[in-house]
Structures are given as structure tokens and as C-alpha cells.
Design a protein around this ligand. Sequence first.
Ligand SMILES: NC(=O)c1ccc[n+]([C@@H]2O[C@H](COP(=O)([O-])OP(=O)(O)OC[C@H]3O[C@@H](n4cnc5c(N)ncnc54)[C@H](OP(=O)(O)O)[C@@H]3O)[C@@H](O)[C@H]2O)c1
Length: 296
Amino acid sequence: VTRQLEGKPVAQALLERVKQRVATGVAGGSSPPVLASVHLGDEGPFSFYLRQQERTARASGIGFRDVRLPLDVEQERLNSTLRELDRDGGVHAILLQHPLRAGLDFFDAVSSLSPEKDVDGVGATNLGRLITRQEVHAPAVARAALQILSHFRIPVSGRRVSVVGRSATVGLPLAILLARRGPEGDATVTLAHSRSPDLKAVLAGSEVVVSCAGRPGLLTRENAPGDSVVVDIGLSSVPDPTKPSGARAEGDANAQSLDGWVSALTPVPGGVGPVTVAQLMLNTVDGWERLTGGPR
Ligand SMILES: NC(=O)c1ccc[n+]([C@@H]2O[C@H](COP(=O)([O-])OP(=O)(O)OC[C@H]3O[C@@H](n4cnc5c(N)ncnc54)[C@H](OP(=O)(O)O)[C@@H]3O)[C@@H](O)[C@H]2O)c1
């Protein structure tokens, strides 16, 4: 049978730590951490995740500032909004929701963030420092995948791990985290992408497969190795007239096909998603403690 690696207990364990650290800092005289979330226009198909971020922040004692810019905002105004938040002593963590509309450069916008406030670890400083283990924050979704593996005691050290997807904010940083020397790393990493011919041959022999391609149903028993552990980061909105919203969330894994074939699988929804939100809160508290000189 295929074991379901539920995200909820993992997220709960992380959020307990968050709450305790916030309470300790506040008892020591600090004002509570504040996370600012910047997004453009209306929230699109994943407004649910924005609301989940806000709810989770507030429930953990973290202030949440919702910064909404018009969809047709110019690059310079977007950049200056992030620079202002970065200078604002009342804000400890800044998240730019993406993808942005065509014509805007995400990496240009986040390049002005200081590494402490770049809570999703997507600015050039944090991404570059991943290589030498000197980052303040790593991308939350990549760390979330590792948190799930560690929570369920699935080792990666010395094992063959494949990452499917190589975006600069998800797949590539995850491959670095897995491959680098030391805790949560030491894996032998294969990095697959849309130009990799024959996914089955590329994945053959992998003990762990982490998919972040954003292609619903990509992984099946035809290409995923039997008995492997599959962590499904993919999250796509698929039209579904039976849902009130007209759409449902789907991962990269075809769960029906993989059931009984792989040894473990994270569900979508309820797998990586909630852990990513919890990891964002943990990153927020890390940054806040650094900025306010608190314990780490
Ligand atoms: N659960 C969460 O909290 C969370 C957080 C962030 C992102 N996500 C989800 O994670 C997924 C990836 O996000 P992203 O921002 O990295 O997306 P992205 O920028 O679209 O990158 C997708 C990557 O997958 C590769 N790819 C596409 N089709 C493929 C195929 N058939 N076989 C192998 N590789 C393929 C692409 O290759 P090329 O480079 O060659 O184009 C690219 O590297 C999305 O579904 C996103 O919604 C989830």
C-alpha cells in the first residue's frame, strides 16, 4: 500500500515552534513580527492560499499586511513599493506573490529586498548564498519538501533523489539544498525538466522523486519508479464544474495510477501546501529574530 504523507501534522509541528518563539520574543519586549504580502490585481485561482497565509499568520501571533497593487502597475512602482517595505521597521518579512503578469520582472523586483526580509529566499543574495550555506532564507516550498521528508523520517543522505522542474524559485534551489553537503543534503541529485527526453529513463533508480513541474498527472506508474517516495509540489488549477469555484487543485502526480505502486505520496491538496505556509511563518520568525536581535 502507498503511504499518504499528510502535510497537516508537519505544518502543526512547525507552527507550534513558531508560536512559542513569537511568545518568547514578545514577552522579552519585542513587538510581534509582521509579514507583508504584496500582490497584483485580484488574487486569481489561488486566493485560497493567500487567505490561508493570512489566517495562519494571525493564528501564530504574526501580523499580516496585505499590500495590493493594480494589475497594470509599472515595474518601477512595484520595485519602489518593495524598497519602502524593506525600509519599514514595522515589517519583518516581505513576500511578492507570483507569477506576475507578463512584462514585469519578478527577480528585478525582489532584488532590492534585504536577505532578512526576503522571506521566500528568492532574491539574488539568498539564492546565491544557498551554494555556500550562508542564506538567511531558502525558498519556503523547497524547505517544505525537505521538512516533510524529515518529519516522516525518509532520509535523503547518500540516496538518489530526482527533482522534476528547474525554476529559479522552486526546482533549482531544491536541487541545491538536496545536493549540498550536510544536514538535509548529501543526496545524489538528478534534475529533470521539459527538455529531458524520456522521463521514465531519467527517474529510473530514484528512491525519492520531488515533482515541481506544474503539469497535472505528469507522474504515473509508467514513469515513476516502483517503491519510490513521491513528494508532489505541483499545484495546478484544473476546471471542474462540480466545484462551486469551477476549479480544483491538482498536483503533478496521478494519485490513482501511483496508488499501490509507489511506497509513499504527498496528497494534493493537503500535502506540501500547508507545510509551505507554515515554513513561511518559520522564516518570518527567523528574520524577525535576526532583525530584532532575539535568539535564533
Ligand atoms: N505547494 C506550494 O506551496 C507551491 C509553492 C510554489 C509553487 N508550487 C507549484 O509548483 C509548481 C512549479 O512551480 P514553478 O514556479 O517552479 O513553475 P514553473 O516556473 O512553470 O517551472 C516548471 C518547471 O517544470 C518543468 N517542466 C514543465 N513540464 C515538464 C515536463 N513535462 N517534464 C519535466 N519537466 C517539466 C519546466 O521545464 P523548463 O524549465 O524546461 O520550462 C520548469 O523547469 C507549480 O505547479 C506551482 O503552482 C506550489
